[in-house]
Design a protein around this ligand. Sequence first.
Ligand code: PNS
Length: 163
Amino acid sequence: MSAKLGGPVICPGSFDPVTLGHLDIFARASEQFESVVIAVLQNPAKSNLFSVEERMEMLKVATAEWKNIEVTSFQGLLVDFCKSRKINAIVKGLRAVSDFDYELQMAQLNHQIGGVETFFMSSNPTYSFLSSSMTKEVARYGGSVDQLVPTNVAKALKLKFGN
Ligand code: PNS
């Protein structure tokens, strides 16, 4: 492996819950960058299935094998959190063109208001259909999510929905 790019970089999101698509991006970012901070947004305005603590715990278990990955949470503006942690860049996965408009807008905004760069990684096509919300929908109605999320998350979903 050639030298890694300077870090840390941040992968922000709701991760309600983390999916195999997210994990693929984290793993590839951890290959490319010195260190990766996964940051769960604390957003009381949004009703999430899992608490911030539950989401962080699931992320920690699912990323335990990567020693340069840290899991944390943040509130407020992402660019302010980046500044407080001396993080210069955001890493995001793009699944399809439909992600692009919103992600481009956020990237441009974060650059304009905070000087923070965003690097986009193309998602693994195996997971390009995958989202946290669709995963919850499948789990809610008792479908199998074993191909969609890490084992610990599949267990947590079964417990949450009592199936
Ligand atoms: O997984 P999500 O919900 O699509 O992640 C969105 C997230 C957390 C990256 C974005 O909402 C965010 O950065 N929120 C923090 C508030 C902020 O900085 N807003 C301005 C940029 S949209």
